[in-house]
Design a protein around this ligand. Structure first.
Ligand code: SIN
Length: 276
């Protein structure tokens, strides 16, 4: 068998790597799958250039990592592919998906493990996506604050994020909410990661409201620390695959009124836990 050399080029010390020599339209053999899987767990987000994927091929790639997730609020816009979330912005957009630092659908009791975004169309400049390592964010905290947070849980809610968001009737609809540990243990790497985000996390359960608000504001600002980040400059047909268990991301909407369009496939995850 002839092995195509696969190169892993790290973007920053904490997060992100570009993988060269992988064709995601082919069903990956065991060796390549393991390499991609391990790179995702190690780097938190991995990038691929010049991919040519049909919706079926993108979904088949996602299914190698688990069952596909159906978004709790967004309408399926690609006929026959309810698992594809369309990421779109143009001159009519009032907002775009993922403008706040967040981990995808963390309001689900079992939030997605990963998300695979395939970009079809880009503005002439701008529209990058930023990623932040939640391992680095956790590790940078002082020991007393780590110990305090390790005993805590927080509410993550979809209501304020999704209600009215997609221009579809949603009266009477109940959006997910869930209580998760503030520090989670990654089920594969065993590393600890900060797991609160500005998009979905509304309060720390064990604290009084003003205490919770102050601590969450501090943690949301902490996530914004540039040394935890990498920034991905998309090209048409790039793919980003991020691990929602260990990174957050932020879509930069600096290109209005230009168009940006892509398809996201999201892989189901399991219930976050903390292991001492
Ligand atoms: C998202 O999935 O949150 C959107 C990311 C992006 O558009 O870059």
């Amino acid at each position: 068998m002839v092995y195509v050399p696969i190169q892993v080029e790290r973007l920053t010390p904490h997060v992100g790597a570009e993988l060269h020599g992988v064709d995601l339209s082919q069903l990956l053999d065991e060796r390549v799958f393991k390499l991609v899987h391990d790179a995702l767990v190690e780097h938190g987000v991995i990038f691929f250039r010049d991919q040519h994927l049909t919706p079926e091929q993108q979904k088949a790639f996602g299914r190698l990592f688990g069952e596909l997730h159906l978004h709790p609020a967004a309408p399926g816009l690609v006929e026959g592919h309810p698992e594809i979330l369309v990421i779109h912005a143009d001159e009519h957009s009032k907002r775009v998906a993922g403008e706040e630092w967040h981990s995808d659908v963390s309001c689900d009791p079992e939030p997605p493990m990963g998300s695979i975004l395939y970009m079809h169309e880009l503005p002439p400049v701008g529209g990058d996506t930023l990623f932040a390592s939640m391992y680095a964010a956790y590790e940078a905290l002082s020991d007393p604050l780590k110990r305090l947070l390790e005993g805590m849980t927080a509410m993550h809610e979809g209501e304020h994020v999704y209600r009215g968001r997609y221009g579809v009737k949603d009266e009477g609809r109940v959006f997910p909410k869930a209580e998760h540990p503030v520090i989670r243990t990654h089920p594969v790497s065993g590393r600890r990661a900060l797991f609160v985000n500005r998009g979905f996390t509304t309060r720390i359960v064990q604290l009084k409201r003003p205490e919770s608000d102050a601590l969450l504001q501090f943690l949301f600002r902490h996530v914004e620390t540039p040394e935890f980040h990498c920034r991905f400059r998309w090209q048409e047909r790039s793919v980003a695959f991020w691990d929602n268990r260990g990174v957050q991301h932020h879509a930069m909407w600096d290109y209005f009124p230009q168009r940006r369009h892509g398809h996201r496939v999201t892989v189901k995850g399991d219930r976050p836990f903390y292991r001492a």
